[in-house]
Design a protein around this ligand. Structure first.
Ligand code: DGL
Length: 271
C-alpha cells in the first residue's frame, strides 16, 4: 500500500493538493515542493526535466507508485520524457501524470466564443503544450497564450494581494486581450496563479470565465483511479498528508497555508 505523490517546483501544487483532499479525503498523500530550486518557469527543458525526475525518484523512494506533477511547467517540459524514457527503466508499473491534459480536455465546455486565453510561465508557453493538447481535444478552439514571468515571484514573496501586483496583472491582461479581444475564457495554466485570481478577475472584461485547475485535476484523478483498479487498490487510505520541502521548513510552513488553505508542518528533504 502506498501514498499518492504530488510534486511542484514550490508551493503552487498545494492549490491542487487542496482539491485532492476535498475529492479524495480518505487517501494518503505525500507532497514535495522543490523550494530550493524554484521557480522552474524560466529554466531550460533539460534543467526542468533533470530536477523533476530527481524529485519524482525521491517520491518513488518514499514508496509512492503514482505521482502527480501538480506543476504545469514540469508537466510541459518533463512529463513525456519521464513517461516514455524513464519509467520503463525505473519500474513500468509506476505512473506519473500531469495537469495539462486533464485541463485541456475540459476547456471546450467552458467557452462560447471558441477563443481561450492561457496565462502560464514562460516555460509552459514556450512548450506550446496547451496549444497542442487543446487542439487534440477541441480542434476548432483558438488558444492565445501570455507568459507572466513576474507572477510566481510575486506570489512566492507574498505580494499577490498587495497594490504592487496590480501593475503586473493589468499589463498581462491587456497583452492577452490584444491578441484575442473575443476571448471569453481564461485558464490559469500555472498552479501558483489561483492566489492572484481576485486581481485577475478585477482586470478581466466582465463576464470572462476564469478557470483555476485544482478541481479539474482532482476530478480527473478520481476518474483515473476508477479506471485503474489495479492502482487504486494499492493506494493507502488513512487520510494523511505529509509535506516535504527541499528548502527551509519554517519558511515553507509559514507560506504554505495561503496555498493549501490550512496549516502545514513540513519535513526537510535533502536533494
Ligand atoms: N507552479 C508551476 C506551474 O504550474 C510554476 C512555478 C515555477 O515557475 O516554478 O507551472
Amino acid at each position: 500500500m502506498f501514498p499518492i505523490g504530488v510534486f511542484d517546483s514550490g508551493y503552487g501544487g498545494l492549490t491542487v493538493l487542496r482539491s485532492f483532499k476535498k475529492a479524495l479525503p480518505e487517501y494518503d498523500f505525500i507532497y514535495l515542493g522543490d523550494n530550493a530550486r524554484t521557480p522552474y518557469g524560466n529554466r531550460s527543458f533539460e534543467t526542468v526535466y533533470e530536477y523533476t525526475l530527481e524529485c519524482v525518484n525521491h517520491l518513488f523512494n518514499m514508496g509512492c507508485r503514482l505521482v502527480i506533477l501538480a506543476c504545469n511547467t514540469a508537466s510541459a517540459k518533463a512529463l513525456r520524457t519521464i513517461q516514455q524514457n524513464d519509467l520503463p527503466k525505473i519500474d513500468s508499473s509506476r505512473r506519473v501524470l500531469g495537469v495539462i491534459r486533464p485541463t485541456a480536455e475540459i476547456i471546450g465546455k467552458m467557452t462560447h466564443t471558441g477563443t481561450v486565453g492561457v496565462f502560464a510561465t514562460a516555460g509552459t508557453v514556450q512548450s506550446e503544450s496547451y496549444i497542442i493538447e487543446i487542439a487534440k481535444a477541441w480542434p476548432k478552439i483558438t488558444v492565445v497564450q501570455e507568459a507572466c514571468p513576474m507572477w510566481v515571484p510575486l506570489i512566492e514573496n507574498n505580494e499577490y494581494n498587495k497594490p504592487g501586483a496590480d501593475y503586473f496583472v493589468q499589463q498581462h491582461m491587456l497583452q492577452l486581450l490584444q491578441k484575442a479581444p473575443e476571448l471569453d475564457t481564461i485558464l490559469l495554466g500555472c498552479t501558483h496563479y489561483p492566489l492572484l485570481i481576485e486581481k485577475i478577475k478585477q482586470f478581466a472584461p466582465q463576464g470572462t470565465t476564469i478557470i483555476a485547475q485544482g478541481d479539474i485535476v482532482a476530478e480527473s484523478l478520481v476518474d483515473y483511479l476508477k479506471r485503474h483498479p489495479e492502482m487504486e487498490s494499492q493506494c493507502s487510505k488513512n487520510g494523511t498528508m505529509q509535506f516535504y520541502t527541499t528548502d527551509d521548513t519554517a519558511n515553507f510552513n509559514a507560506h504554505a497555508s495561503a496555498f493549501f488553505g490550512s496549516e502545514v508542518q513540513s519535513t526537510f528533504l535533502h536533494l
